[in-house]
Design a protein around this ligand. Structure first.
Ligand code: HEM
Ligand SMILES: [Cu+2]
Length: 552
């Protein structure tokens, strides 16, 4: 049941004809009204700016890495500089882009809207989270400016705690501080989802995007403190040599790996679960069909959150774990594949007899399914202990996690950004360009990372800037792909910004989608809804009355 379309008849030049409708973007002006805002929608946009910033700095380091690897000898930079490049790339991308991207931008904007609430439960804490995140980011950038860090994003001891002479403490502090932001956001989401749902919005009517964020929040709250402690211990060890990780002093370097991966494996699900949440919304909407197996998809998010905590040892098969330990972690790792596969099967089943339209967000969803599936399957190879002995710390691993995190998370993020852009900004982006960009990104991505599976299988280790000549062809392919991918990422930047000024004004519900966020104007008023929505339907009620959808 769509309510009336309010205030969409603005001229396409962006100048309102009638007296302008007040919405969250124009409700207050001035930089102060943004920096002190408690509106979750504005905070989402603040995050959008910050994560985009870190994405491009992180991307810049990736370009340098791929430039160096075009030729076999390390002729562009010294090995120490190279080590700093991949470390800063990893640190910025993981802690300051991939982890916050979907929850902090799309989640912040949509969690209250999708459940029919006026805001998150703790708006001030939400703003605080953004400040904490930004301070963490600045500390991380500080580490780069003062000379860089060369430990790898994993900060493995004893190198990080004893031997490295780089800015470990500053970078670690940055990640530590950013962790608080992640914990607070998770807390805010959990309380909001429990307490602030609209009347009639039962747990089994929740959008799957919300279920995904609920599961993610659990991981954020339970996992992040562990990595925070591990990182503080590295700093303390460096400063005071207390003997936690240094065997000379009675410590255990492997202890760090346990603490680190106890968080960092679940953290990979902090990145991918919200993306899966986005994909659910896109697939039902553009298949015009109720999602297949709603309860299984919701349950699999929770199952992933729980199982994700039991598999950290698969990062340590070659670190001197007992074979029984390795065996248990191997089996448990394979179990995580089950809830992930449930999702893929259900999405595929949703297409069946659906009325599919190939709009840009849907192209990203297709991309997600293909790339995530490849990433997940290669995870199973790596979880097989005997195979991992050969593949550990090779380019195969690099390809595996990029398929998941770049192919999965970034595809989901971009798909979601396109889908909700009209809602967030009230503007339509150029559809043709958006489809073109999705294609360029897909092609560039595969050209970058497919060769890396082969490189790793052939034995090229990760984190080296010298390599034998026979690996050059594959490396050149990968670098070429990275250039295409880079251009692919720039295109949406351009047309999104363009659309703010020149884009056509969007209707309230440009996709004819279901969900409470579409039952208010675009962009929404500060309080989200003119009056409290009441939910009377199951989610994704697409099939029965297709003619009801007027605006497409
Ligand atoms: C679903 C999302 C997933 C993400 C985001 C992800 C991400 C990652 C990352 C970042 C690494 C490399 C860490 C490093 O820098 O050393 C990695 C390694 C690994 N992944 Fe995944 N992964 C995912 C799924 C899986 C699955 C489902 C499995 C197994 C069933 C798996 C098995 C492994 C193994 C065994 C390694 C270690 C390989 C090695 O270093 O020898 N992953 N993954
Ligand atoms: Cu893992």
């Amino acid at each position: 049941m769509e309510t009336n379309v309010v205030g969409v008849d603005q001229s396409s030049s962006g100048e309102p004809s009638a007296p302008p409708r007040v919405h969250y973007l124009n409700a207050a002006y001035g930089i102060g009204s943004w920096l002190l805002t408690k509106d979750h929608k504005r905070i989402a946009l603040l995050y959008l700016l910050s994560v985009t910033f870190f994405f491009f700095i992180g991307g810049f380091f990736a370009v340098l890495i791929r430039l160096e690897l075009i030729t076999p000898p390390g002729d562009l930079m010294q090995s120490e500089t190279y080590n700093k490049m991949f470390t800063m790339h990893g640190v910025l991308m993981i802690f300051f882009f991939l982890i916050p991207a979907i929850p902090a931008v799309l989640g912040n904007f949509l969690v209250p809207m999708m459940i029919g609430a006026r805001d998150l439960a703790f708006p001030r804490i939400n703003l605080l989270s953004w400040y904490i995140y930004s301070i963490g980011g600045l500390l991380g950038m500080g580490a780069v400016i003062f000379g860089g860090v060369d430990t790898g994003w994993t900060f493995y001891t004893p190198y990080s705690s004893t031997y490295s002479n780089s800015n470990v403490i500053l970078a670690a502090l940055g990640a530590f501080v950013a962790g608080f932001s992640s914990i607070l956001t998770g807390l805010n989401f959990i309380v909001t989802i429990h307490k602030m749902r609209a009347p009639g919005l039962t747990w089994s009517r929740l959008p799957l995007f919300i279920w995904a964020h609920y599961a993610t929040s659990i991981i954020q709250i339970l996992g992040t403190p562990v990595v925070a402690i591990a990182i503080v211990l590295v700093a303390l060890e460096r400063l005071f040599h207390i003997g936690i990780f240094d065997p000379k002093l009675g410590g255990d370097p492997l202890l760090f790996q346990h603490l680190f991966w106890f968080y960092s494996h679940p953290a990979v699900y902090i990145m991918i679960l919200p993306a899966m949440g986005v994909i659910n919304e896109l697939i039902t909407c553009f298949s015009r069909k109720r999602i297949f197996g709603y309860h299984f998809i919701a349950g699999s998010s929770i199952a992933i959150a729980v199982l994700g905590f039991l598999v950290w040892g698969h990062h340590m098969f070659t670190s001197g774990q007992s074979i029984y330990g390795g065996f248990v972690f191997s089996v448990l790792s394979m179990l995580v594949a089950i809830p992930s596969a449930i999702k893929v099967f259900n999405w595929t089943a949703t297409f069946y007899k659906g009325s599919i339209s190939y709009q840009a967000p849907m192209l990203y969803a297709f991309g997600f399914i293909g790339l995530f599936t490849i990433g997940g399957l290669t995870g199973l190879f790596l979880a097989t202990t005997a195979i991992d002995v050969h593949l550990h710390d090779t380019y195969f691993v690099v390809a595996h996690f990029h398929y998941i995190m770049v192919g999965g998370t970034i595809m989901g993020y971009l798909g979601g950004l396109h889908y909700w852009w009209p809602k967030m900004t009230g503007k339509i982006y150029p559809e043709g360009w958006a489809r073109f960009a999705a294609l360029v990104i897909f092609v560039g991505f595969n050209l970058t990372f497919l060769p890396q599976f082969i490189l790793g299988y052939l034995g090229m280790p990760r984190r080296y800037h010298y390599y034998p000549e026979e690996f050059q062809v594959l490396n050149v392919m990968s670098s070429a792909g990275a250039s295409i991918l880079g251009v692919g990422y720039l295109i949406p930047m351009v047309y999104f910004v363009w659309s703010l000024r020149y884009g056509k004004a969007s209707a309230q519900n440009p996709w004819g989608a279901h969900g409470l966020e579409w039952e208010t104007s675009s962009p929404p008023p500060t309080e989200n809804f003119e009056k409290q929505p009441i939910v009377t339907h199951e989610p994704y009620d697409y099939t029965p009355k297709p003619e009801e959808v007027a605006v497409v």
